[in-house]
Ligand binder design. Structure first.
Ligand code: NI
Length: 177
């Protein structure tokens, strides 16, 4: 397992639409392992492959972990989703503060459907379907957005989005990226 460098806003790769996984190859297994290692190291609760620069439809999630420092550690519950696809969204929505490893130290409330159903392929190569609500539903929607080149700031007002985009563009220029 290797920790890979994260792709940070305004890197244009974050706008790529990722390609489906056609088979569970050793390369895909290594990618999923590296994504988990990178996600736990950050630390974060979800990661899409494009966030380490790989445009494949792979998502890792562990909502059992505390996102903040200083909290008691929980046992790890890693989840891996290949080609996840939302098949149902609840009409009921709710609003929750989100962040993103590609937009460090920026948090805003985002309104999303409260419950979802997702079809995906597991590392076993089989099709699965789960129903999710709470943090898992938020995280799945956020990560599936990444697979389509969509960021959580796209759900904010234009003013907020432009402000944060400018801030990160300036920062990248300062760092010579
Ligand atoms: Ni994100």
């Amino acid at each position: 397992m290797a920790i890979r460098p994260l792709v940070i806003l305004p890197d244009p790769r974050l706008r790529h639409v990722s390609a489906p996984v056609t088979a569970v190859t050793p390369e895909i297994r290594t990618l999923a392992e590296d994504m988990l290692a990178t996600m736990y190291d950050a630390p974060g609760i979800g990661l899409a492959a494009i966030q380490i620069g790989v445009a494949r439809r792979v998502v890792t999630i562990d909502v059992s972990r505390p996102a903040a420092e200083g909290e008691a550690p929980a046992p790890r519950e890693p989840m891996i989703f290949l080609n996840p696809e939302i098949t149902w969204l609840s009409e009921e929505t709710y609003s929750h503060e989100e962040g993103c490893l590609s937009i460090p130290d920026y948090y805003e409330e985002v309104e999303r459907p409260k419950a979802i159903r997702v079809r995906y392929m597991g590392l076993d190569g089989e099709g699965h379907e789960i129903e999710a609500e709470g943090m898992l539903a938020i995280c799945l929607q956020h990560e599936i957005d990444h697979l389509n080149g969509v960021l959580f700031i796209d759900h904010l007002s234009r003013l907020k989005r432009e402000r944060v985009t400018k801030r990160f563009a300036k920062q990248a220029k300062r760092e010579g990226a």
